[in-house]
Design a binder for this molecule. Structure first.
Ligand code: FE
Ligand code: CA
Length: 521
């Protein structure tokens, strides 16, 4: 069928001798905002707004001409854009996948704003984001979401539709936004089940592959819904590059003992990481300071919510020493107590110490990726020795004790974690003293439907008295923070194998101001 747009795009591309600026209406082959819009990294006077021009998201360069394209943006105080408070133009460059990251400033604190983009005569849908309260302002209440781990094949993103309907200041995304592999088989209650949908590629190697994985994920309408209504604090974990990577080490060991011969040597892994982190940057609503440089992303950052909460967002992958004892779930070997082991690296640890020492907030929140409690992972009490998750802080006893010692000198430390694909929470204990609380958020889809209780959960809870709750359904956390108490609601969906599902509040963990540790409501 004759299509005016593709005819014009073809004609224009053929006529392009050198990269040129595409301004005119109708020059793109199709609607360019198919990946939606997003906002992130809020401050008291603004946030980042994001979009990526991609009329054909799964094609090379998103189906865009290899030219810079101006994108007009507007921020308004009302949904109808009658009161536009900021506007401008940003170039979408082919080198960055025609993504745009606009850092908005000069807005009023603690209120919602609306934003939209226009390019080549087409207009995006409308996004919404809230600014943070003014620094140090007296704030009595905060509600925010925690989500992540969204293997595309394991389930639909119905949980995101529910999260989009919550009244929140922002969402902390702890990572595993994409996964680098197709899932050959999934199990539910010991029986094989069919993946609900397929990743476009078996594996991700170069920039184009990683871009495609993000594009496919962002074509999901529930994913777009949640990104369009809540500012996101975006992080990455392992699957944005490769399972269990740390530093420059490709730790591919899926189901194998020892190293897989497919694992890349460090110098090759760093090239792949550079491509993966570029694609991550291109698709996340993060500030320009997070553009990868030499393959590294300056991902750790602080967000303060008036005088109520100071949140330190950590990076537990880029500066970490190799997992001890060959990684995996195993009994501890001597390496677990290695004095030189690092989780955050010295520079980030010093930065964290300075930020924690500044005080000025009722709640000290640590938003990060892997479990900080050193849990016995046995599911059967007849297994002979304590088993650790060596990819978590439990595999790094010296840095774990250092961070818990800092908590011991503070009040109201709350750690937010992902990675585990199950809900649990418990007390952070240093030498028999409770020094903080940890809430581990389940996944949006990874792991499939799940069930209320994994096999062996009762034994697991009994082996670990610091654990207060465990559950194996999908969903997200809602943290309701007040002056007197912090409540974390475990919001769960009944299933992810259907696009539409039912949400319920499974449990609430409470931390009282001045009392370290969690009690279940
Ligand atoms: Fe995950
Ligand atoms: Ca992970």
């Amino acid at each position: 069928m004759f299509n005016r747009r593709s005819f014009l795009a073809g004609a224009t591309l053929a006529g392009l001798a050198a990269p040129a600026i595409v301004r005119a209406q109708g020059l793109l082959r199709d609607f360019p905002f198919k990946l939606g819009v997003a906002a992130g990294d809020p401050a008291s006077d603004g946030f980042v707004i994001w979009t990526r021009l991609a009329p054909e998201p799964m094609e090379r360069h998103g189906g865009m001409p290899l030219a810079n394209v101006p994108v007009d943006w507007e921020v308004a105080s009302d949904t109808g854009f009658r009161d536009v408070v900021a506007k401008g133009t940003e170039l979408a460059r082919p080198e960055l996948g025609h993504s745009v990251h606009v850092e908005i400033a000069g807005l009023q604190p603690d209120r919602p704003y609306y934003y939209r983009f226009t390019a080549a005569g087409e207009r995006s849908l409308r996004g919404r984001a809230r600014t943070l309260p003014a620094p140090g302002a007296k704030v009595e209440a905060l509600k925010f979401g925690v989500a992540g781990c969204q293997h595309y094949e394991s389930g639909f993103y119905g949980a995101y539709r529910h999260l989009a309907r919550e009244e929140l200041a922002f969402v902390y995304h702890y990572g595993d936004f994409i996964y680098e592999y197709q899932q050959d088989y999934l199990y539910d209650s010991g029986l094989p089940i069919r993946p609900v949908r397929r990743y476009a590629q078996r594996a991700l190697i170069d920039l184009d592959d990683f871009r495609n994985a993000y594009a496919q994920t962002l074509l999901d309408i529930d994913q777009q819904a949640v990104r369009s209504v809540h500012a996101h604090l975006s992080s990455f974990d392992d699957h944005e590059i490769r399972n269990d990577w740390v530093s420059d080490i490709d730790n591919w060991k899926m189901g194998l003992d020892g190293n897989d011969p497919d694992a890349a040597p460090p110098e090759v892994f760093m090239l792949k990481k550079q491509a993966a982190m570029q694609a991550w940057y291109e698709h996340m609503p993060v500030r320009k300071a997070l553009l990868p440089r030499g393959g590294m992303v300056a991902a750790h950052r602080e967000f303060r919510y008036g005088d109520l909460m100071a949140m330190q967002l950590l990076d537990t992958r880029q500066y970490r020493s190799d997992q001890p004892c060959g990684d995996g779930f195993k009994p501890a070997c001597a390496e677990v107590s290695g004095k030189d082991a690092q989780v955050l690296g010295k520079a980030q640890e010093d930065w964290l110490a300075r930020n924690l020492a500044r005080g000025g907030a009722t709640w000290n929140t640590i938003a990060q990726q892997v479990t900080m409690m050193s849990l016995d992972r046995r599911r059967k009490p007849d297994e002979p020795a304590k088993i650790l998750n060596l990819d978590s802080w439990a595999g790094y006893e010296a840095p774990r004790e250092r961070i818990l010692s800092r908590f011991a000198g503070l009040k109201n430390c709350v750690v937010l974690t992902g990675d585990e694909h199950q809900n649990f929470c418990g007390d952070l204990v240093l030498k028999d003293k409770v020094v903080g609380a940890e809430f581990v958020a389940t996944s949006i889809s990874s792991g499939g439907d799940g069930s209320d209780k994994r096999q062996g959960t009762d034994d697991w809870l009994q082996l670990n008295p610091e654990l207060k709750f465990a559950n194996d359904l999908r969903g997200y956390l809602v943290c309701e923070v007040g002056r007197e108490a912090w409540q974390t609601h475990f919001m769960v969906v009944d299933k992810v194998t259907t696009p539409v599902n039912t949400l319920s509040k499974r449990a609430t963990g409470v931390v009282e101001n001045g009392v370290a540790g969690i009690r279940m409501a």
